[in-house]
Design a protein around this ligand. Structure first.
Ligand code: BEZ
Length: 215
């Protein structure tokens, strides 16, 4: 059955460009992004892996490790990394899984037979430190992912894991957030002493508590 939000991310051990790794050991007590690519030496995938490498400091700042996957063998991945590095002006250091047996692709339902019988679509999973799947997004092969959005969701997930808040449409870190419906206004006023903007009894805003902490 397909994975759903809140499910435990299936563990696996796989051959990768940095050696054999076990998912849970690789992630340790941090967050992870597992994302698949249709094939090696393809232009859109090349830009996506380049962008992930460019953002490596941003992922590290969020205690998040990237783990890419393509159904080609590791020898091909290693040659492709050379091309990614030279064409995208980066240094890819995160692992790319050799999923030539489609083991991980099957485990994570990354092959959508009506899109392609053999190639993975652009699946992306955010996995939290409790090993739960917190985000699933699926893009078609023809559309490269927006990694700024992936970072934004990570920020939202990490913030909402720490505080009783939710993030509104198009939220970006530092802008106001919504008080979780489960929190009473009385408790919200205690938790957010800087103030609660009560637009409706069920629509209440507070300043981003993570940004407040930094000031
Ligand atoms: C690409 O990554 O460029 C790509 C892969 C498969 C189909 C179309 C584009």
């Amino acid at each position: 059955m397909a994975l759903r939000l809140g499910d435990t991310a299936p563990d696996f051990t796989a051959k990768t460009t940095i050696g054999t790794i076990n998912l849970y050991d690789y992630l340790g007590d941090g967050w992870g992004i597992l994302f698949s690519h249709p094939a090696d030496f393809t232009p859109v995938c090349t830009t996506e892996l380049g962008r992930t490498a460019q953002l490596s400091a941003e992922f590290a700042r969020r205690n998040t490790k990237a783990l890419a996957l393509s159904v080609d063998p590791v020898e091909q991945h290693l040659k492709w990394i050379g091309d990614i590095n030279s064409t995208q002006n980066v240094s890819v250091s995160f692992p790319i899984i050799d999923d030539s047996e489609r083991t991980v692709a099957t485990l994570y339902d990354m092959i959508h037979p009506n899109a392609s019988a053999t190639l993975t679509v652009r699946s992306l999973f955010i996995i939290d430190p409790a090993r739960k799947v917190r985000l699933i997004i699926t893009y078609p092969a023809s559309t490269g992912r927006n990694f700024t959005e992936v970072l934004r969701v990570l920020d939202s997930l990490q913030l909402t894991s720490q505080y009783s808040v939710a993030t509104p449409a198009d939220w970006v870190p530092g802008s106001d957030v919504i008080v979780a419906p489960s929190l009473s206004t009385e408790d919200a006023l205690k938790q957010f002493p800087a103030g609660v903007d009560i637009v409706r009894s069920w629509l209440r805003y507070v300043a981003d508590p993570a940004a407040q902490q930094q000031t």
